[in-house]
Design a protein around this ligand. Structure first.
Ligand SMILES: [Zn+2]
Ligand SMILES: [Zn+2]
Ligand SMILES: [Zn+2]
Length: 145
């Protein structure tokens, strides 16, 4: 392992520990892969990247990540996609109250954090989840038209 890889691995370990998650090697690999991705990925897309890992292990890793505030999931018709959260999310609450945008041409779903809800004001009802989802054509596909 070279120095860059070991520094990177240490960073990921720190992030996982910070979110109360034991940094197993599978978790480090999945985190590293997700952090290199611009778009949100489905279980099958993540699975395709890890040819030798078993589907259940990857699924469990994602579920743990979701519970611990490491990834948030985006429900798109029948597909669930996953994207890394920011430091503000933890095992008690997710704060990914931003727009998720699906491009009809490149079929990528991205987080658009410039369009978001503020922290909800005090209400008599309890909000557990907020979804903001849009479909359209992304900047790079638009520029090709
Ligand atoms: Zn989150
Ligand atoms: Zn596009
Ligand atoms: Zn998001």
């Amino acid at each position: 392992m070279n120095i860059t890889t070991s520094v990177m691995k240490k960073n990921i370990e720190d992030k996982l520990i910070h979110k109360n998650t034991k940094p197993t090697s599978m978790r480090i690999l999945v985190y590293d892969f997700l952090s290199s991705q611009e778009a949100a990925l489905s279980l099958s897309e993540i699975e395709n990247h890890f040819e030798h890992a078993d589907r259940t292990t990857i699924y469990r890793t994602l579920k743990t990540f979701e519970e611990k505030g490491i990834v948030h999931s985006i429900q798109e018709n029948t597909t669930t996609r996953y994207k890394l959260c920011h430091d503000g999310c933890n095992e008690n609450t997710h704060k990914d109250w931003h727009l998720h945008f699906y491009c009809k041409i490149c079929k990528q779903t991205t987080c658009r954090e410039d369009i978001s809800f503020r922290e909800p004001v005090q209400t008599d009802f309890r909000i557990d989840e907020i979804r903001l989802f849009a479909k359209g054509i992304c900047e790079s596909c638009l520029s090709l038209q």
